[in-house]
Design a protein around this ligand. Structure first.
Ligand SMILES: CC(=O)N[C@H]1[C@@H](OP(=O)(O)OP(=O)(O)OC[C@H]2O[C@@H](n3ccc(=O)[nH]c3=O)[C@H](O)[C@@H]2O)O[C@H](CO)[C@@H](O)[C@@H]1O[C@H](C)C(=O)N[C@@H](C)C(=O)N[C@H](CCC(=O)O)C(=O)O
Ligand SMILES: Nc1ncnc2c1ncn2[C@@H]1O[C@H](COP(=O)(O)OP(=O)(O)OP(=O)(O)O)[C@@H](O)[C@H]1O
Ligand SMILES: N[C@H](CCC[C@H](N)C(=O)O)C(=O)O
Ligand SMILES: [Mg+2]
Length: 509
């Protein structure tokens, strides 16, 4: 496509140089530059992409998009824009042929529950024979082909490329997470959103957004996008206080639907029953009531299921069929994932709770299963929101009988200092500090007795531990399974030894 045609989509660009240049890709990293690429200079948190324009050109980039005017001399194709991140979204969309136009786009935002709801929606849409892609924290599925994610919501050029692959692979829909970073940084700009879903808003990412209000404003952008689509649907958790603000803002929008456990929701769950193997509840909708069963644990998964069901319905799936299909919902990797066999004496769950509210919800769910004792292993990530650390400790001890505070991904920080930050939130004394995460998990499992539940929170599906920028292989689920098997073996051996001793003693009598 010619640069001239491509930039027609931008708002008042100031272009110079040869505009008939052929453009085949949009990039924002000079190290990936080559012929056919338009390099978009982004002002970053660490460096300024404008400082890499020369490098991009030397590497063969065909054109530049920048927030600065071109140097006086030179004939480089150059497009001067007001906001290069926003421009990048539009350019990436057009270069990829606007794939979202050919897909039903269900996008989920909120502090917690995005991944789970996206997985559930993906399941329901596939079940309704709407071949569906999935983009989020755990996996990118572009229609049968799986990829390891770089971000929860990737940068615009990658995002548009993935959507295009979905279209090429015959997908008709996509279930995607819209992170607040992505919304703030215009990674989704230009994407046509058919259904915007709001799960909840609680404290996280204040290092990036500064205040809860700004964090909320970032999330709200997804709803402006859906509201701009004449067929757009807005699906909101009306039990959440921030959700109610969304409801208020869009109360006159005909695509607005709500869900929750509260009395006035469009989709409402009542009488939930929580068991080790799943949850049942009655689902009320327009005076009808259906019995729903999900193989997922905890009240928060009732919310995630309601969100997915309401969205699938809004996107045209048969409601009754979807409710039935929820019985076969997939286990979301690392979200209250049980690693112990059904008949085991105590149970171990691996969960991704890494916010105060996430921890509270995960542990409340475990409590709902009525354990003898609840043993929690958790830590806080480095180089991220520091304010949440003591709040996570507070949340952990609220429901736990024993808390083992350990290291999560310390990244470039000292794990001892992160733990000290968190420790300030403990009001009681029933906690232990063990920096080595494997040792912490081992201590919890060794100490667990029949009837107990161990929750290992924070890293869920992550297969690594990020220490000083190096990702060391580390998987809570694999480690917990291995340690449980070891305990079973040791206990078995001890029982055998005791029996042999008894037999010997009896033989001696
Ligand atoms: C806070 C944040 O989101 N940062 C994003 C931001 O990085 P940055 O502002 O620090 O960029 P920078 O390193 O200063 O570089 C500025 C520009 O110079 C360019 N550059 C740099 C060096 C060079 O040699 N050549 C060159 O062209 C870079 O490619 C970039 O375009 O822009 C980068 C490129 O556009 C992103 O990759 C990066 O995501 C980083 C990796 C990240 O960790 N983001 C996380 C926090 C994130 O986005 N998380 C959310 C999920 C959050 C949730 O759980 O809800 C997500 O969607 O994944
Ligand atoms: N609806 C919910 N409300 C509150 N907590 C939830 C909800 N759903 C999940 N959680 C908790 O939050 C954790 C993260 O869930 P999930 O991965 O689905 O959310 P997410 O929004 O995608 O998170 P992230 O932004 O980190 O990717 C879960 O492991 C669980 O402990
Ligand atoms: N999406 C989350 C992941 C946190 C996972 C946790 N294990 C940590 O490292 O803090 C974030 O970027 O804050
Ligand atoms: Mg996620």
């Amino acid at each position: 496509m010619k640069l001239r045609d491509l930039i027609a989509v931008l708002d008042r660009p100031v272009a110079s140089g040869i505009l008939d240049t052929e453009i085949t890709s949009v990039i924002y990293d000079s190290r990936k530059a080559g012929p056919g690429a338009v390099f978009v200079a982004l002002r970053g948190e660490k460096v300024d992409g404008h400082d890499f324009i020369e490098k991009a050109l030397k590497a063969g980039a065909s054109a530049i998009v920048a927030e600065t005017a071109p140097p006086a001399e030179g004939s480089t194709p150059w497009v001067h824009v007001r906001d290069s991140r926003f421009a990048m979204g539009e350019l990436a969309r057009v270069v990829s042929g606007d794939p979202a136009k050919q897909l039903l786009v269900g996008a989920i935002t909120g502090t917690n529950g995005k991944t789970t709801t996206a997985f559930l929606l993906h399941h329901l849409l596939n079940h309704a024979h709407l071949r569906c892609g999935l983009l989020g924290t755990v996996v990118y599925d572009v229609g049968g082909e799986l990829k390891t994610p770089t971000h929860t919501t990737p940068e615009a050029p990658e995002l548009q490329g993935l959507l295009k692959q979905m279209v090429d692979n015959g997908c008709r829909a996509v279930a995607m997470e819209a992170s607040s970073h992505a919304l703030e940084l215009h990674r989704m700009s230009g994407v046509k959103v058919d259904a915007a879903v709001f799960t909840n808003l609680t404290q996280d990412h204040l290092d990036f957004h500064g205040t809860m209000e700004d964090y909320f404003i970032a999330k709200m952008k997804l709803f402006d996008m859906a509201a701009a689509n004449p067929k757009g649907k807005l699906i909101v958790n009306s039990d959440d206080v921030w959700g109610r603000r969304l409801v208020d803002k869009f109360k006159n929008h005909e695509g607005l639907v709500t869900y929750g456990l509260g009395a006035n929701s469009t989709y409402r769950a009542v009488n939930p029953r929580y068991e080790l193997t799943g949850t049942t509840f009655e689902l009320e909708f327009k005076g009808r009531s259906l019995l729903a069963r999900i193989p997922l644990i905890g009240q928060f998964n009732v919310y995630n299921s309601l969100a997915a069901l309401a969205t699938a319905h809004a996107l045209g799936c048969n409601f009754r069929d979807s409710v039935k299909a929820m019985q076969q919902a997939p286990q979301v990797p690392g979200r209250m994932e049980r690693v112990t066999p059904d008949n085991h004496g105590f149970h171990v769950f691996v969960d991704y709770a890494h916010t105060p509210d996430g921890v509270l919800n995960a542990l409340a769910s475990a409590r709902g299963l009525k354990p003898q004792r609840l043993i929690t292993v958790f830590g806080c990530g480095g180089n991220r929101d520091r304010i949440k650390r003591p709040l996570m400790a507070r949340a952990a001890e609220e429901y736990s009988d024993v808390c083992i505070l350990t290291s999560d991904n310390p990244r470039m920080e000292d794990p001892q200092l992160i733990m000290q930050d968190a420790q300030k939130g403990f009001a009681k004394t029933s906690h232990v500090l063990i920096e080595d995460r494997e040792e912490a998990i081992h201590t919890a499992i060794k100490g667990a007795k029949a009837g107990d539940i161990v929750v290992i929170a924070g890293k869920g599906h992550e297969p690594y531990q990020d220490i000083m920028g190096v990702k060391h292989p580390f998987d809570d689920r694999k480690i917990a399974k291995r340690l449980v098997e070891r305990e079973i073996r040791i206990k078995g051996e001890k029982r055998l030894e005791a029996r042999e001793l008894r037999d010997q003693r009896d033989g001696l009598r």
